[in-house]
Design a binder for this molecule. Structure first.
Ligand SMILES: [Ca+2]
Ligand SMILES: [Ca+2]
Length: 238
């Protein structure tokens, strides 16, 4: 059987799990003898039960993955069809090298807020990385900034195959390098702000984590209304 056929048999959970649910049928065109006589067909209502079913004992493993920091998603490719409802984002840790001593500067573990974008049982899983996880990842200046700083480790809790077998883990000494890395090219947006006229505190809110050291308050003005002719005050640099 092809890998595609094997995966489809695994995906169909009520099929080929035991001798009782594994039967075969065939049309007369399936094969012929050495003299060209066609097979006697075996219709569905006279299908043949297997004599031996060796059940799936293979654990799934992570084959490759892509990270898109612009669209905030990660695409995982696993070795066989897996049960999408068993996915656990918190089992996956980004790290900035194949082997690291994990700390807040060089690794980040996803949280349960990141979820699967599509929920079919498949060998390819698209993970929507949550806004919190994306921003926390971006706050690590040496992590997941390019393909060279993007490696992934995982625990066995990450996903299970259709038979419930757990993922083969990859520990922090054996991180998997990203296959395709897509850089964030979306400009941040100013989405809100608060002013405290007692303390002088100005709080700016952006659409994503921004680099604090690049802030230039002298490029910011406070104004009376949206009309350019009204009273306005340009701030001093901080
Ligand atoms: Ca398996
Ligand atoms: Ca951005």
């Amino acid at each position: 059987m092809s890998v595609t056929d094997l995966n489809e048999l695994k995906r169909l959970t009520g099929l080929a799990t035991s001798q009782a649910d594994t039967l075969i049928s065939a049309t007369q065109l399936a094969v012929s003898d050495m003299n060209g006589n066609l097979l006697i067909e075996r219709p569905i209502n006279n299908s043949l039960q297997t004599e031996l079913l060796t059940s799936d004992r293979t654990r799934p493993y992570l084959v490759s993955y892509d990270l898109d920091t612009n669209e905030s998603n990660m695409t995982l490719t696993v070795s066989e069809n897996v049960n999408s409802s068993s996915f656990r984002a918190f089992a996956f840790t980004f790290q900035n090298g194949r082997s690291v001593v994990p700390d807040v500067a060089n690794s980040y573990t996803l949280t349960a807020s990141s979820t699967l974008q599509e929920t079919g049982d498949d060998t390819v899983l698209v993970v929507k990385i949550s806004t919190d996880d994306v921003n926390n990842l971006k706050k690590c200046p040496r992590l997941a900034t390019s393909a060279n700083t993007t490696y992934l480790s995982c625990s066995q809790l990450g996903i299970r195959d259709m038979d419930g077998k757990t993922l083969i883990p990859r520990d922090v000494n054996n991180g998997l390098r990203v296959n395709d890395y897509i850089q964030d090219c979306t400009r941040p947006r100013l989405v809100g702000f608060d002013v405290d006229m007692n303390t002088g505190q100005l709080t700016l809110q952006f659409s994503e984590a921004v680099n604090r050291t690049t802030l230039g308050l002298d490029k910011v003005s406070v104004q009376e209304s949206a009309s350019p002719s009204n009273v306005t005050h340009q701030l001093e640099d901080n």
